[in-house]
Design a protein around this ligand. Structure first.
Ligand SMILES: Cc1cc2nc3c(=O)[nH]c(=O)nc-3n(C[C@H](O)[C@H](O)[C@H](O)COP(=O)(O)OP(=O)(O)OC[C@H]3O[C@@H](n4cnc5c(N)ncnc54)[C@H](O)[C@@H]3O)c2cc1C
Length: 467
């Protein structure tokens, strides 16, 4: 194992994460007299709102995940370090990250923490093995393989019960991601795969969207929720409200209804889009600074997005709790830009105590239901149907990073929405099985380290496995 230090002389800004908050923060420092170091656990910036289109074969990974290093190539004051941040030391102003067996310590003068959030199973992490979430590229590719694999297995099955299980897709959580995913699985079954199988009718697939809330898209409510539900039902999606998932296994899930009764749904392909849990780095920051950390792991920040007693440390995006702001890309982007502005102002001699508080400018939120149909809320204005969908299209294209991504996405959308085709219908065995295999291997190694099982004949090191 090697430990190295990254040293520089100008004001050092370290940014954790290359998502919306991290990348927009870094770019906002382009002309500042600072050295920016982005430390992130992935080599890419991920446009999460379109992950579901990767999962359902519309877009490629490259369309929504440009390499951060290439995005920042022309920003001379920025460097990118790949690594999983394991600890932040607020007293010594150091960030420690790890890549395989290599530990890197990066010192900062200002720190922007934008490590986002992961999936939450509300204390039932064992559900994840059978109902993966949708947070990363790996998740989306695994899901694509699971969806397409279920149709393939159904084509081979002669047993009606097994076929029914294979052709039942369950999406848990009827927020924007769940709604978009359910809509796209239904369109895939009814339009894209129509006529492609000989023994099964893909259009007979059941797509179930369930949620503990009484309506879909509960954050919108009223007319928009009703409009989304009506459109989904027209597409053949079965909406099951007031339904709490109490168990998940390889062959299905157990659901508790409002009246307290439990029932089972047989389904091979389940997706979890029901909750989020902020990065565990938030807990560390709370312990060291005294900032409150809520149940979802978000850090209660001061009005200038910093930690108590640490005006040099900003916590932004999905990791922060402030004024009940939602976990949206715009909140993270505006937070990143705000933090950059404060850093520049302080370097120009402004007093930190006179900072204006962060003010979120609400540009609205939206969810697409199917091709040509979306719901959007901008202030008091509520938009549905085709106009909503055009607005959705324009806004997503605007915020995709890079001209190439915008162009190829536009092309894929034309093929999919005007025709029936989807360009990204390939999936591999590794995409489907690697996550569970890696988790099993990690469980095995943990048990071995704890002395619960003996040493195997051959032990692989991290480097050998990576090679
Ligand atoms: C499927 C899905 C659909 C969504 N749809 C919408 C939508 O339609 N509209 C909308 O406004 N919002 C949407 N969101 C929410 C939006 O994507 C988030 O609010 C936004 O990404 C938050 O930005 P962030 O910078 O805080 O975190 P992220 O964008 O999640 O970035 C976090 C970054 O930190 C890195 N990281 C995490 N932990 C570590 C660590 N320990 N060390 C190093 N790096 C680390 C990650 O690799 C990543 O680069 C969606 C989210 C998902 C998952």
């Amino acid at each position: 194992m090697s430990i190295q230090s990254v040293d520089s002389h100008r004001h050092r800004v370290v940014i954790i994460g290359s998502g919306f908050g991290g990348l927009f923060g870094a770019q906002a420092l382009k002309r500042a007299d600072v050295d920016v170091t982005v430390v992130a656990r992935t080599t890419h910036h991920l446009f999460q709102p379109l992950l579901y289109q990767v999962a359902t074969g519309i877009l490629s990974v490259g369309d929504i995940a440009p390499a951060t290093r290439l995005v920042l190539r022309k920003q001379r004051n920025a460097q990118v370090l790949l690594g999983d941040v394991e600890s932040i030391d607020l007293d010594s102003k150091k960030v420690t990250s790890r890549l395989l067996d290599r530990t890197t310590v990066t010192e900062y003068d200002s720190l922007i923490v934008a490590a986002g959030a992961g999936q939450s199973y509300f204390g039932n992490d064992h559900f994840a093995k059978f109902a993966p979430g949708m947070k990363t590229i790996d998740d989306a590719l695994e899901l694509r393989g699971r969806i397409l694999g279920a149709f393939e297995q159904a084509e081979l099955s002669q047993d009606p019960e097994e076929r029914a299980r294979l052709l039942t897709f369950v999406v848990v959580g009827a927020g924007p991601t769940g709604v978009e995913l359910a809509g796209q699985i239904a369109e895939l079954a009814h339009r894209t795969l129509k006529g492609a199988f000989r023994s099964i009718d893909p259009g007979s697939a059941r797509v179930i969207l369930l949620d503990g809330a009484p309506v879909v898209l509960p954050v919108y409510g009223g007319k928009l929720s009703a409009n989304a539900a009506a459109r989904l039902e027209k597409m053949g999606v079965e909406i099951q409200p007031n339904a709490m998932v109490t168990g998940v296994d390889a062959d299905g899930l157990v659901v508790k209804d409002k009246d307290g009764s439990e029932r089972r749904i047989e389904s091979q392909c389940k997706v979890w889009s029901a909750g989020v849990q902020a990065s565990p780095l938030g807990k560390q920051l709370g312990e060291q600074s005294g900032a409150e950390v809520d149940r979802a792991g978000r850090v209660h920040v001061l009005p200038d997005l910093t930690l108590p007693g640490h005006p040099e440390v900003f916590v932004i995006g999905d990791m922060m709790a402030l004024d009940n702001l939602p976990g949206l890309a715009q909140v993270a982007m505006q937070g990143g830009k705000y933090a950059a502005k404060q850093i520049k102002a302080n370097l120009a001699g402004d007093d930190r105590s006179t900072r204006q508080p962060f003010k979120y400018f609400d540009k609205g939120s939206m969810a697409t239901i199917s091709r040509f149909s979306a719901v959007a809320k901008v202030g008091k204005l509520e938009i549905t149907g085709f106009i909503g969908w055009v607005a959705w299209l324009a806004i997503h294209l605007m915020y995709l990073v890079g001209f190439r991504s915008k162009f190829s996405t536009m092309l894929s959308w034309t093929v999919t929405f005007l025709g029936r085709g989807r360009a990204q219908m390939a999936s591999t065995e590794q995409q489907v099985f690697a996550r569970v295999a890696i988790e099993d291997l990690q469980d095995y190694e943990r048990a071995r380290h704890a002395g619960l099982i003996g040493d195997p004949a051959v032990v692989f090191t991290g480097e050998e496995r990576a090679g």
